[in-house]
Design a binder for this molecule. Structure first.
Ligand code: IPM
Ligand code: SF4
Length: 483
């Protein structure tokens, strides 16, 4: 008997969902979960309508509105911006017409699609999960094969519950060692992208491995997988383990009782086999990571907070020099300037990268007993209504409000300029989101990507700050004793 060939986590999930392989080697994959939002679904529904088709498995689909929704009370009356209102109303009409389960805006379960999938147990280990949204890679943290698809593919999944997929190449990014104090999952993934570049993962699915990844909680793993797409990868994955199973257990849509035990038994077979071949291997030492911040207009233009603005003239070739000059100009920087001197106008804590309860806690730990610096607008936007509720149960909303932060309703918010939360031209923002492209947070806006703790530190000092330099937060006042 010959030993079976060792396989990677990615190959195992791919193989388990393969319906058939076409002549050119493309796989037809069964899709377990289809998440939809208001931005990329309208044409797909329209296509179904024109072809006179229904959804193959509406019950495997879930819809939510997130990108266009205001994050203040106005969302409960009427959405003022006509285009946003149209997108939300169109989704509501489509889900009603096609019988798709929908989480309405008024529900406490509403939130960013990539936050609610894992939170509600709709995203599970071993699944194939798709959504017409690039950051679907987030769900890979559970050990699921999760990736973004285009609108015509959304229609294909609607109609057939399958998708044509070329097999990707396997990359393993191993992060050894222990993360130093003040550093988080966000710093790990920013450091990875700074190292391999925004094209580093092209054609690959990245499996994140190593001691520092194993040590992350699920929220941290989601942050890392979320940004694998910014490294050019098709998807990101972390092997399911006890941390994963404990996270999934008891969630609304997760299997229960014996079904859960059976599922765990299968999930335990998923991690890459010893000796499985990876096409590309990258290693990083967590101990060497310093809190990271992006300075330019691409997620690879990231430096330790202790660094200075690069001089474009130091770049090796003219194309890169021209690119860097443009970035320095757009970002309103001077070469050689310490990153720690950059004054911020706005701080945004939220998004599918860092909008979970753990992120709220990390930001609140810095904000507690401090004040937002004069002239800074600091907003905290929980990733879902359930995150908001949990944070309020823990008193985090009070911590933020007392410190002068805004405490808002769930949505994509200032991660991208599709709703009223936008930067104005020239504003500089410390942001926990994932993209720092020109105009991403509003036309002319200047984004510095960082962790929730770093963003909160920027809010209270009024400039980009090394969170490690802040003195420990003042102790909370002792509870008044009952007389
Ligand atoms: C609007 C949507 C298609 C887009 C994406 O695919 O990622 C958005 O979520 C983003 O983050 O830019
Ligand atoms: S929070 Fe940002 S990155 Fe995430 S889905 Fe919304 S717009 Fe995209």
């Amino acid at each position: 008997m010959t030993e079976p060939t060792p396989r990677t986590l990615y190959d195992k999930i791919f193989d388990a969902h393969l319906v058939e392989t076409t002549e050119d080697g493309t796989g037809l994959l069964y899709i377990d979960r289809h998440l939809i939002h208001e931005v990329t679904s309208p044409q797909a529904f329209e296509g179904l309508r024109q072809a006179g088709r229904r959804l193959r498995r509406p019950e495997a689909t879930i819809a939510v509105v997130d990108h266009n929704v205001p994050t203040d009370a106005s969302r409960h009356t009427t959405i003022v911006e006509p285009e946003s209102r149209l997108q939300v109303e169109t989704l509501e009409r489509n889900v009603a017409a096609f019988g798709v389960p929908y989480i309405p805006l008024a529900s406490e379960k509403q939130g960013i699609v990539h936050i609610i999938g894992p939170e509600l147990g709709l995203s599970l280990p071993g699944m194939t999960i798709v959504c017409g949204d690039s950051h679907t890679s987030t769900h890979g943290a559970l050990g699921a094969l999760a990736f973004g698809i285009g609108t015509s593919e959304v229609e294909h999944v609607f109609a057939t519950q399958t998708l044509l997929q070329k097999r990707a190449r396997n990359m393993r990014v191993t992060v050894d060692g222990t993360l130093p104090a003040g550093c988080t999952a966000k710093d790990i993934v920013l450091a990875i992208i700074a190292k391999i570049g925004t094209a580093g993962g092209t054609g690959h699915v990245i499996e994140f491995a190593g001691e520092a990844i194993r040590a992350l909680d699920m929220a941290g793993r989601m942050t890392v997988c979320n940004m694998s797409i910014e490294a050019g990868a098709r998807a990101g994955l972390v092997a399911p383990d006890e941390t994963t199973f404990a996270y999934v257990k008891g969630r609304e849509h997760a299997p229960k009782g014996e079904a859960f035990e059976r599922a765990v038994a299968w999930w335990k077979t998923l991690p890459s086999d010893p000796g499985a071949r990876f096409d590309t291997e990258v290693r990083l030492d967590a101990a060497g990571i310093v809190p990271q911040v992006s300075w330019g207009t691409s997620p690879e233009d990231v430096l330790p907070i202790t660094a200075t603005v690069p001089d474009p003239e130091d770049a090796a070739d003219e194309a890169r020099r021209a690119q860097l000059r443009r970035m320095v100009e757009y970002m309103g920087l001077t070469p050689g300037q310490p990153l720690r001197e950059l004054a911020v106008d706005v701080v945004f804590i939220g998004s599918c990268t860092n909008g979970r309860i753990e992120d709220m806690r990390a930001a609140a730990a810095v904000a507690r007993g401090r004040r937002v610096a004069p002239g800074v607008r600091a907003m905290v936007v929980p990733g879902s209504g359930l995150v908001k509720k949990q944070a309020e149960a823990e008193g985090l909303d009070r911590v933020f409000l007392e410190a002068g932060f805004e405490w808002r309703e769930a949505g994509c918010s200032m991660c991208l300029g599709m709703n009223p939360d936008k930067l104005t031209p020239g504003q500089r923002c410390a942001s926990t989101s994932n993209r720092n492209f020109e105009g991403r947070q509003g036309p002319g806006g200047r984004t510095h990507l960082c962790s929730p703790a770093m963003a909160a530190a920027a809010a209270v000092t009024g400039r980009l700050t090394d969170v490690r330099d802040l003195a420990p937060a003042p102790a909370p006042l002792p509870e008044r004793q009952a007389a």
